[in-house]
Design a protein around this ligand. Structure first.
Ligand code: ATP
Ligand code: MG
Length: 439
């Protein structure tokens, strides 16, 4: 509410001529008739007491702007880390607490020694963090916030929308924009020739599914840098394929693996270590090692699932994760958002979740994401297959490759490519045996 009424009163016939000085009891100072309205308006545009909260908000916004402007000024000069940190420590009360928290759930605290992480010829975690630290404007405090929120590489900063970086890290708008701009510049993000792209795609690593036929259908196996969705009715082998991939991703390259670890997000409670052991033994692998290289998270609801997916970014490098499994992707969403009225909200949240996942592929091109999906009957289909993947268009646009599974004879299952940017339509028959997935 703004006091306009008093100012308007001054315009009424109050016995003063235009240009006459006029003592205003409201402002306790003189106005000039004719200018009164303007002067008074300026004075009057103080928010009402009822709007105090709003005023505080505006005040806070102003403060942030000022701080960020300071940052801008400083950027021209040699960067003083300490100043920057102080500034941000001030505006971020929870820093000390959070710092402790960070140390507590530090990944290194886990029994990391037990976990055999395969060697990787790429940059290590430290090197990635060094590159972030090297960005102009990143002091200790900022770096801490970035790392805590999972932004521990140039890629993770460059490919994440600014709003998400701000929300997750607590950094200001301008700082975030600057960091993104710098990260993009250093990574040379922009147009590149198709030839460069081909160079990259030629070398894409693939994980064998265990079935030669299924691998052929997928042009060599589950490819990295993409999200693949297996959907089908119950008992069509979705969960079995997920288990098998967690084992196979660990195989050496010559055996169809990519020498990485797996992260399994289980939303249905159907992950079985026993099954992993069977599959590992069938491949003559030490099952203890294989189990250690599967990081497991049980998601109890859709929020939890989203959180686990967001946290994945923190351990991908440390644990050499090359495969992320979500079994199943939309089960929780389907049961929690019931009825037409909630559909739009569900799709929006699901869309964000999918983008969180797809972004991981951008950040880590040697990471494969595999998800399962249920089917739902499409009521308006009278001929052909009335079953389609749940989740609607959101999932269809999110996953790069979609495979439809159906039952065949006995242990046989049929996989059909439904949607893939570069693969021809086709089918493959595979089996689910005691040893896992095979032809
Ligand atoms: P849902 O939609 O219910 O999750 P799903 O598609 O995930 O189903 P899976 O659990 O992957 O289905 O597949 C179940 C099938 O796998 C069973 O029908 C069974 O034939 C086969 N299977 C599971 N374990 C074994 C095993 N140890 N030996 C042989 N076959 C097995
Ligand atoms: Mg299943």
């Amino acid at each position: 509410m703004i006091f306009l009424a008093k100012a308007a009163e001054m315009n009424s016939d109050d016995g003063f001529k235009m240009g006459d000085p006029y003592y205003c009891p409201e402002c306790e100072r003189n106005h000039i008739k004719g200018q009164i309205y303007k002067d008074h308006l300026q004075y009057a545009q103080v928010p009402d007491i009822q709007d105090e909260e709003k005023a505080e908000e505006i005040e806070a916004e102003k403060d942030e702007d000022i701080e960020e402007e300071d940052l801008e000024d400083e950027e021209d000069e040699e960067y003083e880390d300490d100043d920057f940190e102080e500034e941000y420590d001030d505006d971020f009360d929870g820093v000390d607490e959070e710092e402790e928290e960070y140390e507590d759930d530090d990944i290194d605290d886990d029994d990391d020694d037990d976990i055999e992480v395969y060697g990787s010829d790429e940059r290590g975690v430290e090197e990635c963090i060094e590159q972030v630290k090297d960005l102009t404007g990143v002091g200790e405090a900022t770096l801490r916030k970035l790392i805590k929120a999972g932004f521990n590489s140039l890629e993770s900063i460059a490919y994440t929308p600014p709003s998400i970086i701000q929300e997750d890290s607590g950094l200001g708008e301008k700082t975030t924009a600057k960091l993104i701009k710098q990260a993009m510049k250093r990574l040379n993000v922009g147009f590149k020739s198709a030839e460069t792209l081909w160079e990259h795609r030629k070398n894409i690593a693939r994980i064998t599914t265990g079935s030669q036929e299924l691998d052929n259908l997928l042009a060599g196996g589950v490819e990295t840098g993409a999200m693949i969705e297996f959907f089908g009715e119950f008992r069509t082998g979705k969960t079995q394929i997920m288990h098998q991939l967690c084992v196979n991703v660990q195989l050496p390259k010559e055996k169809g693996g990519i020498e990485g670890a797996a992260l399994y997000i289980d939303t249905e409670g159907t992950f079985r270590p026993e099954r992993i052991i069977q599959m590992a033994e069938a491949l003559d692998l030490d099952y203890n090692k294989v189990l250690k290289n599967i990081v497991f998270g049980r998601a109890y609801n859709s929020d939890h699932q989203i959180l686990l997916a967001k946290e994945a970014i923190n351990i991908i490098k440390e644990r050499n994760i090359k495969l992320i499994v979500i079994d199943s992707l939309i089960g929780h969403f389907r049961s929690e958002y019931i009825g037409r009225g909630t559909l739009a909200t569900r799709q929006q949240i699901l869309n964000q979740h999918l983008h969180d996942l797809l972004r991981l592929c951008d950040i880590y091109p040697d990471l494969a994401i595999v998800v399962t999906n249920q089917v739902q009957a499409k009521p308006d289909v009278f001929y052909g297959n009335p079953l389609q993947a749940a989740g609607g268009n959101i999932i269809a646009h999110g996953s790069t490759i979609r495979i439809y599974l159906r039952k065949g004879k006995g242990e046989q299952r049929v996989a059909k490519i439904v949607d893939a940017p570069h693969l021809p339509e086709g089918e493959a028959v595979f089996s689910i045996t005691g040893n896992g997935i095979s032809d």
